[in-house]
Write a protein that binds this ligand. Structure first.
Ligand code: FAD
Length: 373
């Protein structure tokens, strides 16, 4: 197919800011730039019709930390980095809420619960021992009092204790994406799906090669390609696929709100009288290091077992299942990468497994990196 005169000379011409990736980071970066420079031509492109990496395929947890994950992360990363990431997630979540409004994004500020069974009893004890210390640091970092508290009782089967986080919640991923997308549209940002970038050259007038046998010209290039970034540039990012299932509708759900188990490898919540459960990536780590949006039978079987045995205590039907791709560090680094690649190009990627909360913060960092804003 040849592109028309109009497409080449008007729709896809004179771009001031070309953002690659129509996920939450790409859209919010575009919004931030357009708000700062209303006369600029801001274009967001994606290889798919919309942000079909992680942003429309996640679980909708509005979360910043759980105790076991903090203890795990402290084994791999410095205390400074671990708490800096938590701070960015918390601040990002507040920005998302204040910019778009809780009603529009379906945010429910109902706290979260990490459950423990006898299989991970040692983690519970470690968690209880560390609770006060973590709460003290979080008070200094976030100004929040007693973020975590221990509860000995929980209604779910096999549970021997739980640790609550009083300051996080859950949102509606569909409503959030729609709200952010519409905000971008209303500002006059052009959103084009079906264009994949393969490489680029130059720095003032950057020529961007696409798989459509067409080169776009832009003054500034911003990669918001998360997990897929390592296909374009040499960065410490690996794709980590996540599987998700959603139960049939059930009158009286056994639990509500965000829940975690096994250092956050299992996560579930209620939505529209159903339970949405994701994770179990640790059951096939190698298999889930993939760019392909396909099911993983081993992981799905484990999720279904967990749904029946650990959440409902009986068999339930599964109405939906899908996968999404997260971008992680090779050694499990959780700090996102936001940096300038050259005078007029920027990358914002590696959002990890709690990237919804991080996205507003990362987008703000992108805008801060643009020289003349
Ligand atoms: C199963 C699952 C559950 C999750 N649950 C949660 C949760 O509950 N809470 C939470 O905070 N986070 C969660 N996350 C993480 C969160 O969804 C992501 O961190 C966040 O959405 C990342 O946004 P993004 O814009 O950086 O990336 P993405 O949404 O992945 O967007 C990147 C886009 O770039 C496009 N792209 C890539 N390469 C190219 C190219 N060469 N040319 C053109 N386009 C390209 C892709 O098609 C994609 O649309 C989850 C993720 C998954 C997969």
């Amino acid at each position: 197919m040849n592109y028309s005169y109009w497409e080449k000379e008007y729709l896809l011409a004179n771009i001031d800011y070309l953002i690659v990736g129509m996920g939450l980071v790409g859209l919010q970066s575009a919004i931030g730039i357009k708000e700062a420079k209303p006369n600029a031509k801001v274009v967001v492109i994606d290889k798919h019709s919309w942000g079909l990496g992680a942003s429309t395929r996640n679980a909708g947890f509005g979360c910043f930390a759980n105790v076991s994950e903090i203890l795990d992360d402290l084994q791999h990363d410095s205390m400074e980095n671990v708490y800096a990431t938590i701070r960015k997630r918390y601040n990002g979540l507040q920005k998302l809420r204040s910019k778009f409004g809780d009603a529009a994004i379906g945010y429910e500020n109902i706290g979260s619960i990490e459950i423990f069974t006898k299989e991970n009893k040692a983690y519970l004890h470690k968690g209880i021992d560390s609770l006060q210390g973590i709460n003290t640091i979080l008070y200094t970092e976030l100004g929040l009092d007693n973020v975590f508290s221990f509860r000995s009782n929980n209604a779910l089967p096999n549970t021997i204790g739980a640790i609550h986080n009083a300051f996080e919640g859950q949102l509606n991923t569909g409503k959030l994406y729609e709200t952010v997308y519409q905000c971008a549209q209303q500002l006059g940002i052009m959103l084009y799906g079906g264009i994949e970038v393969t490489e680029w050259e130059g720095d003032n007038d950057i020529l961007v090669q696409t798989t459509k046998d067409f080169r776009l010209k832009t003054k500034n290039l911003i990669l918001c390609t998360n997990a897929f970034t390592a296909k374009l540039i040499d960065e410490d990012i690996v794709p980590c696929r996540g599987q998700v299932i959603v139960s049939e509708r059930i009158e009286n759900l056994p639990c509500k709100g965000p829940h975690f188990y096994d250092s956050g490898y299992y996560y579930w919540r209620d939505i529209d009288q159903r339970i949405l459960l994701g994770g179990a990536r640790n059951k096939d780590v190698e298999g889930e290091n993939s760019y392909d949006l396909v099911p993983n039978d081993t992981v799905l079987a484990e999720l279904k077992r967990f749904m029946n045995e650990q959440i409902f205590g009986r068999e339930v039907a599964i109405d939906y299942e899908w996968s999404g791709i997260m971008g992680m560090g090779k050694s499990n680094e959780k700090q996102p990468i936001v940096k300038r690649l050259s005078t007029n190009s920027i990358v914002a990627a590696r959002l990890g497994g709690m990237g919804v909360a991080l996205s507003a913060n990362v987008a703000e960092e992108v805008v801060g990196l643009i020289y003349d804003v």
